[in-house]
Design a protein around this ligand. Structure first.
Ligand SMILES: [Zn+2]
Length: 155
């Protein structure tokens, strides 16, 4: 008897039907530095360290892969605020360079530090809502993202 192997199935997050999560609610909760699942527990255990689990509902938050995205987003946001202000002030008033730097540098630093945590929370909320990375509980435990799982093997 001849054994035959069916083509390996590629596991994707859309291959399972799970209840849809509210993206905007999850991101808004993350923006408030709260758990994207319950909105109660604090998402951070330190300034930018995401807690492994939500202290209120126990949701596993260690699956996030925010990486550098929050920093890039903060650069985009702060840049879109600072640059038009700097251009407008320079065009209309042309104050001394020292005076401009005395305003722009601290404003950039403080606003970046203030935005970093909520933006990272929103990114974690986005990943949770889209069930990215390990947030998808339907993913087989032995399947890494981007790999092909041999789910259908017929002998
Ligand atoms: Zn929670």
């Amino acid at each position: 008897m001849e054994s035959r192997t069916m083509p390996a199935a590629t596991w994707t997050s859309t291959s399972q039907s799970l209840p849809k999560r509210d993206l905007w609610q999850a991101m808004a909760r993350g923006l408030r530095c709260r758990c994207p699942s319950c909105g109660e527990g604090k998402i951070f255990r330190a300034f930018l360290k995401v807690a492994d689990n939500c202290p209120a509902c126990g949701e596993n938050l260690s699956h996030h892969r925010a990486d550098d995205l929050p920093a890039y987003l903060v650069i985009v946001i702060v840049g879109h605020i600072i640059v038009p202000i700097a251009l407008w002030i320079e065009t209309n008033y042309a104050p001394s360079m020292l005076l401009q730097l005395a305003f722009y540098l601290p404003f950039t630093l403080v606003s970046s530090l203030l935005l970093l945590q909520p933006v990272k929370g929103a990114v974690v909320g986005l990943q949770w809502a889209f069930r990215m990375h390990g947030f998808d509980e339907s993913r087989p435990a032995d399947v890494e993202e981007g790999t092909i799982a041999k789910l259908n093997v017929v002998k």
